[in-house]
Design a protein around this ligand. Structure first.
Ligand code: GDP
Ligand code: ZN
Length: 458
């Protein structure tokens, strides 16, 4: 286990007026004390904050005016001694402070290393550690709430409960194996086992059902705006972006034509797909080719299909409807300020069950209704989701699916009156798979991989 002292800038670079350099490890207080002039940090009470100045011991030069918090183990995030140096923002000054700290024989933390230590020291479990990462990346308040709850241990608690139930089931089986001569014990345990596993199975299914929403909160609702040239796609896009204070994100490592733009519509993060292609007033197909645009459509969770109220429905419009069959679609009839040429009856025929929203984007009309329609699709009418435990992590979803399968094996084994110790193997496997979610029984290489995805300083 690592026991050296590490440090990193733990606030986002360039943001906010105050930046924090954090140290964690057995030497954190001693090393900070070497550069801090104010109080003797090794003598102050735990969880206190102190004003002072940082000096470079080599040159005796004043580096920064700071506030320093001292937090002694074990009641800290990493369960190690932690010192946080609050300095005035500004990249240059923060970096100088970090350099000064590193000069005292403190090692620069790897990405995620603080969180990794918190996990390794038993302060948080793996799903909580992953929540820290989600929190850093959260794009809307709602996504942040989900991550916060997970960090708070909601998901962990649920998983622990399910594991406990399985463990009790296994214990029942043990009784059964140890005392096979008691017939009534056997019958009782069998029934109890079936009942128990059913309950756990239901819970796992319920959790898996939240995965779709969870994924969307995490990654954004992949949204493609489609429609013939000139119907108003770019205008719609701009309207959405303007109204909702877009968080513009350039995903590193992606090509120019898949720059993604995020907008927050009533707490639903929309990830507008291929906006570069749409922005240039070309239509999707023309710009990026038929194959690619099919792929874009397939990757989308939501299609905004735009039509022109002032124009007749064309064959192209009808083809678009075919292309998005079976998907979540909102039909937008734009330019309602123009005289109608659109065949409304025909539209209702081809639109089927899809929601239709009328807009005159140029007059800023209908955007509100569109936003309502979007949030209704996401929350499926149920806006009171604030208290749900979502599963949003791909790794968790995979494990839950595997656990569900193992449990189903156990259940069919019970129904077929298989030997109880065979059934027990599947129950135990379910228990282990659930354990991987919270980080019992995970391999070192998986840990390294997970934590390396963190930002520096977390
Ligand atoms: P795109 O090719 O589908 O991206 O369409 P644009 O957004 O570039 O819009 C094409 C033209 O339609 C532009 O001149 C817009 O100003 C205009 N337009 C967009 N929305 C409306 C609307 O609601 N009413 C009217 N009359 N014109 C609109
Ligand atoms: Zn356009």
């Amino acid at each position: 286990m690592d026991t050296d002292t590490i440090s990193a800038i733990s606030t986002p670079v360039g943001e906010g007026a105050i930046a924090i350099v954090r140290l964690s490890g057995p030497e954190a207080v001693a090393r900070a004390n070497k550069i801090f002039h104010g109080k003797e940090l090794e003598q102050v009470a735990s969880h206190t904050i102190h004003y002072g100045k940082l000096f470079d011991p080599k040159s005796n030069e004043l580096v920064e005016e700071v506030m320093v918090s001292v937090m002694r183990a074990p009641k800290t995030f990493t369960r190690e001694d932690i010192v946080e140096i609050n300095c005035h923002g500004g990249l240059v000054s923060v970096n100088r402070v970090l350099e000064l700290v590193l000069d005292q024989g403190v090692r620069l933390a790897e990405p995620g290393e603080f969180t990794k230590r918190a996990f390794l020291n038993g302060r948080i479990d793996l799903s909580q550690a992953e929540a820290v990462m989600d929190l850093i990346r959260a794009k809307t308040d709602r996504a942040m709430n989900v991550a916060l709850k997970q960090m708070d241990g909601r998901l962990s608690q649920l998983i622990h409960q399910l594991r406990q139930q399985l463990l009790e089931t296994v214990a029942q089986v043990e009784v059964n194996i140890d005392y096979p001569e008691y017939d009534d014990v056997e019958e009782m345990t069998n029934e109890l086992m079936i009942e128990n596993t059913k309950k756990v199975h239901q819970e796992i299914e319920r959790l898996l059902q939240t995965a779709k929403q969870g994924k969307i909160l995490r990654e954004g609702l992949g949204t493609a705006i489609v429609g013939r040239p000139n119907v108003g796609k770019s205008s719609l896009m701009n309207a959405l972006v303007h109204e909702n204070k877009a968080i513009v994100t350039e995903v590193p490592g992606t090509t120019r034509d898949v720059i993604e733009e995020y907008v927050n519509v009533r707490g639903v993060p929309l990830r507008l797909i291929d906006t570069a292609g749409i922005r240039d007033t070309e239509d999707l197909v023309e710009k990026i080719g038929v194959e690619r645009s099919r792929q874009v459509l397939q990757e989308a969770d939501l299609i905004l299909l735009v039509l022109n109220y002032g124009d007749e429905l064309t064959e192209e419009d009808e083809k678009l409807f075919e292309a998005v069959q079976g998907m979540d679609v909102i039909v937008i009839v734009n330019k309602t300020d123009l005289p109608r040429k659109l065949d409304i009856d025909r539209l209702h025929e081809i639109a089927g069950e899809h929601t239709i929203v009328n807009t005159a984007i140029i007059e800023e009309e209908g955007i509100d209704q569109l936003e309502t329609a979007i949030s209704e699709i996401f929350f499926e009418g149920d806006l009171d989701t604030g208290d749900m435990t979502y599963v949003s992590n791909v790794r968790h979803v995979q494990l839950l699916n595997q656990a569900k399968e193992a449990l189903e094996d156990a259940m069919s084994g019970m129904e077929e009156d298989m030997p109880i110790d065979i059934v027990q193997i599947d129950v135990r496997r379910t228990w282990e798979l659930l354990g991987e979610i919270v980080g019992d029984s995970v391999s070192d290489s998986l840990l390294d991989q997970l934590f390396s995805q963190f930002c520096l300083g977390k």
